[in-house]
Design a protein around this ligand. Structure first.
Ligand SMILES: [Fe+2]
Ligand SMILES: [Fe+2]
Length: 279
């Protein structure tokens, strides 16, 4: 599949167009059609799509990586432009989510889940296709579905909680899914926040595709929010893999992005608003 991926929403602005926000969205043009992976928080997707010349009305399918607001909050704005469209999600994308953090010596909480009701999104045109399993959505384009946790060192972010069936507990992110595109140069793996663990995701994709050559892995890796040991162990495992380019974005964070740049040199790039990857 020939692919051109443009980052629409991201924390940083790299070119002289668009706005930054805490969020992620990628516009994907292929010979099979155009797709949208995540929608950012809603602050910048429409403005950035106009600034970057990407027409949201042409999107054939929308994929949500998980239910955090910074990946799903832009969905109503996209639907208002696009109208009826298939939106691929895991059923847990709608559960309530909470971020617990310390501020001025006090514990605080904030809601970080999908900020809109399913019925409202359906009213705007979303046709939700619930997906838990690895599946080919279009020829050469795959959704990972739920990712088995196989590594011992990849742990969930201890500050993130969810409420399911009336019970609050550590958010295990069953809904975290990534997109895989099979290109002539190898696999393209596009991550939302990689809450399942970056290496868990890669192992899952290798097992399902029976391929181990990645042309590029890009998106949010969440590595800055985990322990330094987990970051180093992730880098160690990554170095033994066949990955040509590593694009850090969003919740990778500066410290982890610098470490990845140090280790991977020219194979590393920062994916900010307007960054383009063509395969
Ligand atoms: Fe995120
Ligand atoms: Fe997230």
């Amino acid at each position: 599949m020939r692919t051109r991926l443009t980052i629409l929403c991201e924390n940083l602005v790299g070119r002289l167009v668009g706005s930054g926000e805490h969020g992620f969205s990628a516009f994907i043009e292929t010979n099979e059609g155009n797709y949208l992976f995540d929608t950012g928080s809603g602050h910048s997707i429409v403005g950035n799509s106009l600034a970057l010349g990407k027409d949201l009305k042409t999107v054939k399918r929308i994929f949500l990586s998980h239910g955090h607001y910074d990946h799903s909050g832009g969905l109503p704005d996209v639907l208002k432009l696009r109208g009826k469209v298939d939106v691929h999600v895991h059923p847990d994308v709608f559960i309530d989510r909470i971020h617990v953090f310390q501020e001025e010596g006090q514990e605080k909480k904030r809601f970080v889940g999908l900020p809109f009701k399913k019925s409202y999104l359906e009213f705007l045109g979303a046709n939700f296709l619930m997906n838990k399993d690895y599946r080919e959505v279009e020829k050469g384009l795959f959704l990972t579905g739920e990712v088995p946790r196989t590594t011992a060192f990849e742990k969930p972010d201890s500050r993130l909680f969810s409420e399911k069936d009336g019970k609050i507990g550590q958010d295990i992110f069953a809904d975290d899914q990534s997109l895989v595109i099979d290109t002539e140069k190898g696999l393209l793996l596009i991550l939302g926040c990689a809450h399942s663990g970056l290496i868990n995701i890669i192992h899952h994709v290798m097992g399902k595709t029976r391929k181990d050559k990645f042309h590029a892995i890009l998106g949010g890796t969440h590595l800055d929010f985990l322990t330094p040991e987990q970051l180093e162990e992730t880098i160690h495992v990554l170095k033994g893999m066949d990955v040509e380019r590593i694009g850090a974005s969003h919740c990778t964070g500066m410290r982890a992005a610098f470490r990845l740049h140090q280790e991977f040199g020219d194979r590393f790039f920062y994916g900010c608003v307007g960054s383009v990857l063509e395969v």
